[in-house]
Design a protein around this ligand. Structure first.
Ligand code: ATP
Ligand code: MG
Length: 419
């Protein structure tokens, strides 16, 4: 017996309806805001993530699925933004006019310790706006996430926002942070020791208990913002208030990715245990340049679908699997079988979800089958019905049974027959 790799999960037919509903709602929501889907490969050159996610991040340092083939290092995508950025540059999508607004639905791969809401293969919804450095874009991104979560029946997600500044104000903050961390340098984990010089802010995002203890009481970026960043943050708060999106300023949000500037935000749910963030995003004004493209600001988010579904379930909004067919045609005998088969074709042509029992069982077993899949109607065709040109239509909901003329059958089922 070969089992599924650790950290991955099958999405079984009995639960796939929840994924489909989430995907459909995400698509319609993103399209309501003028976003178009983009699909990028699951594998990219490893350098893309080293540059685009940042080689001081946990993701790149510890969590990537990297392999070599024909002398090139490739990695499975750990997140969605870097690939979209690469595609934007490589296909010169900026030449189509700005802003560029994309959404994606993608699997992601991170070699992490498994917990509830933390897998090695997981899935994300995401959006990106390229081209605008205005806070109106940040507000739109946050509004979209808020709109989607609410329409999906999630009422407990709280929005936390922060500003993590720009390279200008971060330089001074970095000095202050290093001063603060210096006396505790020896207590840091090995990864964070190496981050001390290269990117001390990453230390605040480290998940090891010793580093979290060291980081307690550290200076906060929000107290070091330059005027430009401060004004932008004030404007964003005003925009959110204006459209009734509730938020809380949370100076502790750092975000795991290197390319963030200014706005950083998370939607947090109490229903997730320690993996409390369902959606994380922010502004990344230097990503496109970093990847070799023209100077182009950007803002977006990634939303974990597994976590989304866990919260939805905890909110009692998981719903029920829909019936897999609306009608079962039960044929009794060989000539009825032929007539039933052509009836399925007609019905499918009319858009009805209809099946026959391909196992050709007896009538009782077929009724049981109809019941199991949740079919609303069973149409019985036997010798008697054939001779009279009718079918017996049983409504499984109220157990009523009538004989219906064959040519009125479809209209009766679709509710269009008014005779
Ligand atoms: P965390 O702090 O929980 O590790 P992160 O900062 O690494 O999250 P992002 O890179 O911002 O997460 O990804 C965006 C979203 O993707 C997260 O908010 C979460 O919902 C989801 N996500 C991230 N990693 C995983 C994972 N290993 N398993 C399931 N979902 C995940
Ligand atoms: Mg993480």
């Amino acid at each position: 017996m070969i089992s599924i790799p650790k950290g991955t999960k099958d999405i079984l037919p009995s639960e796939v309806y929840r994924w489909q509903k989430a995907e459909e709602l995400f698509r319609t929501t993103a399209e309501k805001y003028g976003f178009t889907e983009i699909r990028t490969p699951i594998i990219e050159h490893t350098e893309l993530f080293q540059r685009g996610v940042g080689d001081t991040t946990d993701i790149v340092q510890k969590e990537m699925y990297t392999f070599e083939i024909a002398g090139r290092s490739l990695s499975l995508k750990p997140e969605g933004t870097a690939g979209v950025g690469r595609s934007f540059i490589e296909n010169k999508l900026y030449a189509d006019g700005l802003p560029a607004k994309y959404y994606y639905i993608t699997p992601c791969y991170r070699y992490e310790k498994m917990q509830k809401g933390r897998q090695r293969e997981f899935h994300q919804f995401g959006i990106e706006i390229f081209g605008s450095d205005k806070m109106l874009a940040d507000a739109e991104v946050i509004m979209l996430a808020d709109d989607f979560l609410r329409s999906f029946g999630i009422d407990d997600a709280r929005l936390h926002i922060n500003s993590i500044g720009c390279p200008k104000c971060r330089a001074e903050y970095r000095k202050a942070l290093q001063e603060f961390l210096k006396p505790s340098y020896e207590q840091l984990c090995d990864t964070c020791k190496s981050r001390f010089e290269r990117n001390p802010m990453r230390i605040l995002d480290c998940k090891t208990p010793q580093c979290q203890a060291v980081a307690k009481g550290a200076p906060r970026m929000i107290d070091y913002l330059c005027d430009d960043c401060k004004n932008a943050f004030e404007e964003l708060k005003g925009l959110l208030k204006n459209c009734g999106v509730a938020f809380e300023v949370d100076p502790n949000i750092v975000r795991g990715l290197d390319y963030y500037t200014k706005t950083a935000f998370e939607f947090i749910s109490d229903k997730l245990g320690s993996q409390s963030t369902v959606c994380g995003g922010g502004r990344y004004d230097h990503l496109i340049e970093e990847l070799g493209g023209p100077e182009t600001p950007g803002v977006g988010f990634g939303l974990g679908i597994e976590r989304l579904l866990l919260i939805q379930e905890a909110c009692g909004q998981a719903g029920k699997a829909p019936a897999s067919a609306d009608v079962l045609i039960a044929a009794l005998g060989e000539s009825a079988k032929l007539s039933a088969l052509s009836l399925t074709k007609q019905m499918r042509g009319a858009g009805i979800r209809v099946i026959m029992d391909v196992m050709e069982r007896g009538l009782k077993a077929q009724f049981k089958y109809a019941d199991r899949i949740g079919a609303r109607y069973v149409v019985v065709i036997g010798d008697e019905e054939l001779a009279k040109g009718v079918a017996t239509l049983r409504d499984m909901k109220n157990s009523s049974q009538t004989q219906v003329e064959k040519d009125k059958l479809i209209k009766t089922i679709t509710g269009e027959y008014d005779g």
